[in-house]
Design a protein around this ligand. Sequence first.
Ligand code: ADP
Ligand code: ASP
Ligand code: MG
Length: 420
Amino acid sequence: MNVFKFGGASVKDAASVRNICSIVKNYDQPLVIVISAMGKTTNAIEEVIRLAKTDKDQAIEAWNEVCHRHKRVSAELHATKESLKYLDEYQMEGRDIIMHYSQDNADEFYDQLICRGELMSTTIVTAYFLSESMSAKWIDARKIIKTDERFRSANIQWRETELSTKQMIDTHAPNHKYLITQGFIASTRDGRTTSLGREGSDYTAAIISYCIDAEKMSIWKDVPGVLTGDPRIFPDASLVTKLSYREAIEMTYYGAQVIHPKTIQPIQRKEIPLHVKSFVDPTSIGTLINNEGDMLYPPMTVVTKNQYLLHFSTKDFSFIAERHLSMLFRKFNHYRVRVNLMRNTAISFTVCVSAEADRLALLKEDLMYEFGIEQQDQMELITIRHYTMHAIDRLKEGREVLFEELQGNTFQMVLKSKEA
Ligand code: ADP
Ligand code: ASP
Ligand code: MG
């Protein structure tokens, strides 16, 4: 079996749903199709969640708008009564969840509501496939992808997930050519909804590919494949047609948004090729990622915004020692602060991190008695793999570099964001 993944941009409206339908019709083999929430739905639901904390009426109004948008797309695709019934159910359950919002279990609440983006998009796509006489079956990802209870960024329970995914395939694949399921969402052993972290749908596709020993996995994007940089920042970026797993995992680790960072590991372990394809131009060649050896790559640049620089110093002028570092890393893990670059001197420790602002504030509060802490906001981390001096100079362009590091073929620097 092959696994296809369609992201938000590829299902953003009725025309897009028709487009993905015509893409899959060109393939003979049976498919598991993993789908994200439509367009920017997840952002819109995050806004509902933000409102639910302060004003439930406003939150419900915003929630209704999200649901109506789905019903409009569904109507444009000549929805069946059955699919509208499901959309109604998701809407009503969502309202109920908002009414019962409590700060005590904010992360679990987030997952209960956020999952509805993917539940609604897959309901719409499945109904459309069926109306096109395609043999499609809607699968609830929460029944197959099993995780721990770390809501909002849950960890996969591989054994259970493998068993339930295989079982799902054995049950439904003989009678259905297209098994349609949600990216990004999962559930605990006892059935409570979890999610895998923003942009996690690529990862879902990789988990399923791993569990069913897929022949190949394809992710369909709004770009021609993996480029030498984000085309929104580098309009002259060019296509890289082949990448090794190692190079792909490095690029995604440094934040190349085109593939979720956790995607490569499961498929690499089973040597499943990953094809990054364009849903805008489906016959173009795209990027093939597999276990072929490394080749000569052009400089590839990753820009990650919204970074913070944190400077920790000991209060009594003592050296930064192992006990300080281990305490800092325990706290980073606890508050979900991701460390992207670090350096220490005798009495100070500097890190470039990404984190949610409120979690970062809690981290600082927790550590303020132990360390002197300074924070710099609106930083940008630029990574160049296979750098050349020309590529570095071009990016520096007279800007102030706060921090830079060279390691093997990777150059990294932290700069004040241009927008700051
Ligand atoms: P999805 O629709 O699956 O969520 P994303 O929006 O997450 O897709 O990823 C596609 C986007 O990634 C592109 O629109 C592009 O702007 C961005 N991007 C960042 N880095 C790269 C890169 N190196 N190559 C191609 N696209 C990139
Ligand atoms: N819908 C989720 C998000 O926007 C997951 C995904 O699209 O990959 O983060
Ligand atoms: Mg996305």
